[in-house]
Design a protein around this ligand. Structure first.
Ligand code: FPP
Length: 232
């Protein structure tokens, strides 16, 4: 979609730790506020008519954090899925997952699987939770699936790689947003984001509100997307 509302937005929700630090609070308090911001943005995105929203909740690199912080973030995912089910049902929001599911703790796996199953028929916005997600890891897993399907390596095409990614039916993100003033994409949607418009904001994630999403979309609407071609 060139103009108008982007069909798919990916968000790198950064700055929870700094938000807490600035207030003399523990980092986990920042994640708790980050979860509230995520809920606000899911609601706003659904009202705006966005079709797919991918949230980078936990990366393959986030295991390097303390066991307490890892457990806390994964616990928030569980809390989010449970607490938001009514909202999902009312707004027909379908929950999906991106990332390596196999090594997640069994209780988190169950919560995610249940949410996916319970919302599978909803035809509103799709919220893709990237949990234990890494773009490089996703490509490695895609190539393993390709090899296991006994495909011939010399025939591999871009479409083949796309078709073995975690959610091949979901269109590539039109825009990737990152909060908290960091100008990198940190292994998020590496393949899918090849032509995404990047939007960086200095605002820390827990401070994000509906207006910030709208400002990002207004900026997106001014972009000239050429996909390597020239303007008609
Ligand atoms: C980055 O901030 C944030 C994370 C690694 C976790 C994001 C998780 C949530 C917002 C809660 C779960 C969300 C959902 C939708 C279930 P940071 O800790 O790297 O911040 P810093 O760079 O300031 O330290």
């Amino acid at each position: 979609m060139e103009k108008g509302i982007p069909a798919h937005i990916g968000i790198i929700m950064d700055g929870n730790g700094r938000w807490a630090q600035q207030r003399g609070l523990v980092r986990t308090q920042g994640h708790l506020e980050g979860l509230k911001a995520a809920k606000r943005i899911v609601k706003a995105a659904s009202v705006l008519g966005i079709k797919y929203l991918t949230l980078y909740a936990f990366s393959t690199e986030n295991w390097k954090r303390t066991a307490e912080e890892v457990g806390f973030i994964l616990g928030l995912v569980k809390q989010y899925l449970r607490a938001e089910f009514d909202f999902s049902r009312q707004n027909k929001i379908r929950v999906r997952h991106a990332g390596d599911f196999s090594v997640l703790p069994p209780d988190i796996q169950k919560e995610i699987s249940d949410s996916i199953a319970n919302t599978a028929d909803f035809d509103g916005m799709q919220v893709i939770l990237a949990i234990n997600y890494g773009g490089r890891d996703e490509i490695v897993r895609a190539l393993k699936k390709f090899a296991l399907a006994n495909q011939e390596a010399d025939k591999i095409s871009e479409n083949d790689i796309s078709s073995y990614l975690d959610n091949p039916d979901i269109p590539d993100p039109d825009m990737i947003i990152r909060s908290a003033g960091e100008y990198r994409t940190s292994n998020f949607l590496l393949w899918e984001g090849a032509y995404s418009e990047l939007y960086f904001s200095d605002k820390l994630w827990p401070d994000w509100d509906k207006e910030d999403l709208e400002t990002a979309i207004l900026d997106f609407q001014k972009r000239d997307r050429r996909y390597g071609g020239v303007k008609a």
